[in-house]
Ligand binder design. Structure first.
Ligand code: NAD
Ligand code: UFG
Length: 344
């Protein structure tokens, strides 16, 4: 068995896929989650895939005492992957304090306690949102960090800075900041996937819910952007590929492969895909016709962004592999699974 890794927010979408990949790579996984945006049944899904049920603590990471108790109860944790956060961009505009409190206090508690318990590796879930609309595309890690468009985006930038400041002040751990582009899809077994509560804000869950008839119509937010087909462009990254990058990142730190104590990596495919292209690829892959219409632009959307993932390719030895049609099929299979189980 390799090192013991704490996965905060590990019942959530990306955390659960990462717990699977960590277990498959031989790591021992401890999950903490307050289930504010997830369901404990996900732990069954993880066990069904890997044969191992990860240790689970239901707790709020804003509670520093509870976090301390977790470290006492699970001695020997070597690395933490910090997914726990609130993540709805629109909600963050309406409830900024909730976002600043949850995303920053949880991070501060963790950074306070890691040295006391001998944790030497921290992987942080950041976002390409820190680049805003980049001046050059594809965007690499040297691009300037821009003013955030939402309190949520701001928490990502601030957390990156807090981690760096803490390490530069001599904290005895190293950190990798992973800047995700647009994570989509589900585990190919359909045992785990994304479970958006209420009306989905993100494109792919909206597509699959429209395809299955939960939503009557998908709105495409704008076709008058300066892009080849007028709709916005993003870099859609398969969630299992993304999860595997976390295993590489934790290994990178624990095996002391890097020189820098804090380092950022873009996690994307390197390919920009427009909203209309994604819709048409979904239709071709699943043979399901989508009811959609073009509506006005959504406020705050940047026109186009995609990653230059070469740094992660070269230094972490990680590359996005799953073709887009397969990713879209995995999301569709997951939606069908939710229907079968009567969940949605
Ligand atoms: P998610 O909501 O599915 O997972 C987050 C988990 O953290 C949830 O299970 C939630 O219950 C838990 N959580 C939240 N606050 C907590 C707290 N105070 N204590 C304990 N648990 C808490 O989200 P996700 O899509 O899996 O995202 C994971 C991370 O990746 C987040 O930090 C998110 O900001 C970041 N990220 C996500 C995306 C995306 O598009 N999904 C893109 C970039 C970055
Ligand atoms: N879109 C539609 N219709 C919808 C939903 C989305 O046309 O119903 C469009 C958006 O306008 C955008 C694209 O689909 O052009 C992707 O939108 P998402 O909301 O799925 O993703 P974003 O790129 O806006 O943001 C997401 C997360 C952020 C994260 C960012 C980068 O929501 O939290 O990816 O990782 F910061």
């Amino acid at each position: 068995m390799k090192a013991k890794i704490l996965v905060t927010g590990g019942v959530g979408y990306i955390g659960s896929h990462t717990a699977v990949e960590l277990q498959k790579a031989g790591y021992e996984v401890v999950i903490l989650d307050n289930l504010s945006n997830s369901n404990a049944e996900v732990l069954d899904g993880i066990k069904n895939i890997t044969g191992i049920r990860p240790a689970f603590e239901k707790m709020d990471m804003q509670d520093k005492n509870a976090l301390r108790q977790l470290f006492e109860k699970h001695p020997g944790i070597k690395g933490v992957i910090n997914f726990a956060a609130s993540k709805a961009v629109g909600e963050s505009v309406k409830k900024p304090l909730l976002y600043y409190r949850n995303n920053l206090v949880t991070m501060l508690n963790l950074l306070d306690l890691m040295p006391e318990y001998g944790v030497t590796a921290l992987v942080f879930s950041s976002s390409c949102t820190v680049y805003g609309q980049p001046d050059r595309l594809p965007v690499d890690e040297t691009a300037p960090i821009k003013l955030a468009l939402s309190p949520y985006g701001n928490t990502k930038r601030i957390c990156e800075e807090i981690i760096a400041d803490t390490i530069y002040a001599g904290a005895p751990f190293k950190s990798v900041l992973l800047r995700y582009f647009n994570p989509i899809g589900a585990h190919p077994t359909a045992e785990i996937g994304e479970l958006p509560l209420g009306v989905p804000q993100n494109l792919l869950p909206y597509i699959t819910q429209t395809a299955i008839g939960i939503r009557p119509q998908l709105s495409v937010f704008g076709d008058d952007y300066e892009t080849p087909d007028g709709s916005c462009i993003r870099d859609y990254i398969n969630v299992v590929d993304l999860a595997k990058a976390h295993v590489k990142a934790i290994e990178y730190i624990l095996e002391n492969k890097g020189e820098k104590a804090v380092e950022a990596f873009n996690l994307g495919t390197g390919r920009g895909v427009s909203v209309l292209e994604l819709i048409h690829t979904f239709e071709e892959a699943t043979k399901v016709k989508l009811n959609y219409k073009i509506v006005n632009r959504r406020e705050g959307d940047i026109p186009q962004i995609w990653a230059n993932p070469e740094k992660a390719n070269k230094i972490l030895g990680w590359k996005a592999e799953v073709p887009l049609p397969d990713t879209l099929l995995s999301a569709w299979k997951w939606q069908l699974h939710l229907r079968e189980k009567g969940i949605m």
